[in-house]
Design a binder for this molecule. Structure first.
Ligand SMILES: *Cc1c(COP(=O)(O)O)cnc(C)c1O
Length: 379
């Protein structure tokens, strides 16, 4: 599927891309070029289609990593006197809380245990308790632990109570079903370098047209003003400031491959197979996932670190890298863990090879005791 001798990235972006996607970057584009601007337009159309957004939603691309687009969405969609509820079960939820504080938007930080999904009932109760909340900012797949939150249920609650909803679907978009007709939202944010399997460098916000049109003047930031980017693009077909041309070209190629593969259902199925092969192989080595299988998204798996005193993440990482695979450190506050991504231009065979590499590494480093000595919270 890929590469020369580069290691396989088992990280939730950047991730391993196909040869065709890399090859799409071998050409320089001018930002005024009609062909280039046609590519941007076609990408935006396809991205709205992926969530069934129809004519009610538009896609506004934004330069930068995914966080830039999350910040742009919060800054535009939430008026300066708005109040945002952030159900918080991990690092990316916490990042949204931080964004709200930077932007001076009132925020309610609602803690949810990081091994528990945020449910419709949790959000409903919080909204009932505080009617001054105007918006909910919800992470779909919390990439910190790899947990899937109940986005469809939460969207229904927001619709019922007349609250705005901003979705960080960065690590789920294109892999886990999101249908704007059944799961209405004000704005949904994702990026080029996650489950679409493009390269990193741009994000995008799929936003309800009426919400975007009412957002003029909300943004605290010129560079991140989605409304201004949209209006300029409508008028000129161009990006407002220098576009990430190679990233855009690679994303076009990546979306073409996504469609050829069979779209979101096929991509989601490949990732689910990757995840199953990984969890099964790691279990045979004695590794336990941090999450219960019912709440595990097929995007990234958090494993308990081995209890053996010979285990040290940096040495383990380096030894697995020598064998061709890049792992990811854990991001949990309570227990020591590491993560393995299931996304990118990789298949279940590759996941079995990773497990072999981990098995050999354990032997090499003399790590025998795998089962965690640290007790988990009672189930
Ligand atoms: C990757 C990711 C982001 C954005 O991270 P960047 O490093 O800015 O690209 C935001 N939210 C979630 C849930 C993510 O997985």
């Amino acid at each position: 599927m890929i590469r020369g001798n580069d290691p396989i990235l088992l990280t939730p972006g950047p991730l391993t891309t196909s040869l065709a996607t890399k090859q799409a970057m071998l050409r320089d584009w001018g930002s005024w070029d009609a062909a280039f601007n046609g590519i941007t337009l076609s990408i935006c159309r396809d991205l709205v289609d992926i969530v069934g957004g129809g004519d009610d939603y538009v896609c506004v691309p934004m330069q930068g990593s995914g966080t830039f687009s999350v910040e742009a969405a919060v800054g535009n969609v939430v008026p300066r006197n708005g109040r945002v509820l952030v159900p918080n079960n991990g690092a990316y939820c916490a990042r949204i809380v931080k964004i709200c504080r930077y932007l001076g938007r009132d925020v309610v930080d609602l803690p949810v245990p990081e091994d528990q999904p945020t449910t419709a009932a949790i959000v409903d109760a919080a909204l009932a308790a505080d009617p001054t909340i105007t918006h909910v900012a919800q992470v779909h797949c919390e990439t910190g632990a790899g947990i899937l939150n109940d986005l469809p249920g939460i969207a229904q609650v927001c619709a019922k109570r007349g609250k705005g909803l901003i979705v960080d679907a960065m690590s789920s978009f294109a892999a886990i079903e999101i249908d704007a007709r059944a799961t209405p939202f004000d704005a949904l944010v994702a990026a080029s370098g996650k489950c679409l399997e493009g390269v990193p460098g741009m994000g995008f916000v799929i936003v309800k047209k009426s919400v975007l049109e009412a957002s003029a003047g909300n943004s605290h930031s010129l560079a991140l003003d989605l409304y201004d980017q949209y209006v300029y693009m409508q008028k000129t077909t161009q990006w407002r400031y220098t576009p990430p041309t190679h990233v855009v070209a690679a994303l076009r190629a990546a979306i073409d491959q996504f469609k050829e593969e069979g779209g979101q259902p096929a991509r989601g199925a490949r990732y689910a197979a990757n995840c199953a092969a990984l969890v099964e192989g790691m279990a045979a080595l004695g590794f336990r996932p941090f999450l219960r299988p019912e709440v595990q998204a097929p995007i990234i798996v958090t494993f308990h670190a081995p209890a053996d005193p010979a285990y040290d993440f940096k040495r383990f990482y380096a030894a697995v890298r020598e064998r061709g695979y890049i792992l990811y450190p854990g991001k949990l506050t309570q227990v020591e863990t590491f993560r393995v991504g299931c996304i990118g231009a990789i298949d279940a065979n590759e996941m079995r090879n990773v497990v072999s590499a981990v098995g050999e590494t354990l032997k090499d480093l003399g790590i025998r005791e795998i089962g965690s000595a640290r007790p988990r919270k009672a189930a």
